[in-house]
Design a protein around this ligand. Structure first.
Ligand code: G3I
Length: 369
């Protein structure tokens, strides 16, 4: 072999190595083989002046390949799906378990993400020691106050917002949902819990997060009436969350008008648990209809100036609460089981992109004070 040939072979070999290295780096930093889009959701959302978040499942964050990279790349907000619920933190009275909650808070800090704490007053996922006995109003009030102080105190300055109240409104639209809390504490429940929360972390934003009160309905009217009364009474409340667990029935009537009427009370509003369940296995038409619903939700939020962000309830079909709780339904999230984007991802991203243009134009046109 001539010297020139040797050099050519060496050069080609080196070029091949560099190309291979490049391919590996790209594969590691994107997930599921390909990056989902040119621009991550969190960047599109930031341009549109909102947050985009997801619920995070503790075990997935621990060791599912690709999950952490995707979570860091796409989302500016994280909500623990279960790790901050009472049964997770204190399954045995006085014995506190923080492992998953701490891990998420650390992850968020490392990736410049805001944490939405979820949740302090809820009728579900309560430990047996709490539900399995009778309480006086005084004793239960003390237990709840201590819980709020302990959990919010631990994450003071690190969890920016809390769903202090979760799903308190009765589905019938008449009064409070029947639960341990409302049975024992009655009408004092919401104002007391919110005041204890404010004391526990004066800088955290305090939310009432509600389920199935997304459109205009008897239930959302009751929710609105209660929130309005709290604001009028000077009870500390900064925002209201609309969970938005949807299916192909679509976005409920009056969704945007509902967001607006709460915002008009001087509160922030957020979409806190968005997903769109399909019958499984889903076909292309269903996936397309799902994509449209994700886009409609994004557009509605972006049209309401006090809409602070959208959180999806899980970002991959591999980790979603739907199949376990609604047999025959699933495929409700933005990415498939292999973490590849679905039409819903692309439609959602596109709606954010369009919204960023509209919102920045509106902001530019607003005269400075
Ligand atoms: O903790 C036990 C574990 O010890 C056991 O080994 C395992 C075996 O199945 O179950 C574990 O509990 C499960 C828990 O999630 C934690 O993984 C429960 O069975 C399961 O029912 C529970 O589901 C959660 C559900 O809330 C409970 O109501 C979902 O993951 C979670 O996505 C869902 O989230 C709620 C929001 O917090 C509030 N809004 C509605 C939303 C959907 O229901």
């Amino acid at each position: 072999m001539t010297r020139r040939r040797v050099l050519t072979v060496l050069f080609l070999g080196a070029a091949l190595c560099v190309a291979l290295l490049f391919a590996v780096v790209i594969r590691e930093t994107s997930v599921g083989g390909e990056p989902n889009g040119d621009v991550p959701l969190r960047r599109l959302a930031a341009d549109a002046r909102i947050d985009v978040g997801t619920a995070v499942r503790g075990p997935a964050l621990r060791d599912y390949p690709g999950y952490r990279a995707e979570l860091a790349r796409e989302f500016s907000t994280v909500t623990p799906e279960n790790a901050m619920k009472w049964d997770a933190i204190e399954p045995v009275r006085g014995r506190l378990r923080w492992t998953d909650a701490d891990a998420l808070v650390r992850f968020a800090r490392a990736n410049d993400q805001l944490v939405r704490g979820h949740t302090l007053v809820w009728h579900n996922q309560l430990p047996r020691w709490l539900t399995g006995r009778e309480w006086s109003a005084e004793a239960l009030g003390r237990v709840l106050r201590d819980h709020i102080r302990t959990v919010m105190g631990r994450y003071r300055g690190r969890v920016a917002e809390w769903d202090v109240l979760n799903e308190l409104t009765a589905d019938s639209g008449k009064g409070l949902r029947t639960s341990l809390w409302s049975d024992v504490l009655g009408e004092d429940l919401a104002p007391k819990a919110l005041r204890w929360a404010r004391e526990a972390d004066p800088d955290a934003e305090l939310y009432w997060n509600e389920i199935a009160a997304d459109g205009l309905s008897r239930k959302s009217d009751e929710f609105y009436r209660r929130v309005k009364a709290l604001v009028a009474d000077g009870v500390p409340l900064d925002g209201v969350g609309f969970q938005a667990h949807f299916n192909l029935d679509g976005v409920p009537k009056g969704f945007e008008a509902n967001l607006r009427r709460f915002a008009d009370l001087g509160l922030d509003v957020r979409i806190t648990e968005l997903d769109v369940a399909l019958e499984v296995p889903a076909d292309d038409a269903a996936r397309k209809a799902q994509a449209d619903i994700y886009a409609q939700v994004a557009r509605a939020c972006l049209r309401v100036p006090r809409c602070a962000g959208i959180t999806v309830w899980g970002f991959t079909d591999r980790f979603s609460w739907i199949p376990a709780s609604q047999p025959g339904a699933g495929e409700a999230t933005l990415l498939d089981r292999g973490l590849d984007p679905k039409p819903a991802y692309r439609a959602f991203a596109e709606a954010l992109r369009a919204g960023s243009v509209a919102r920045s134009t509106a902001a530019d046109a607003t005269p400075s004070p």
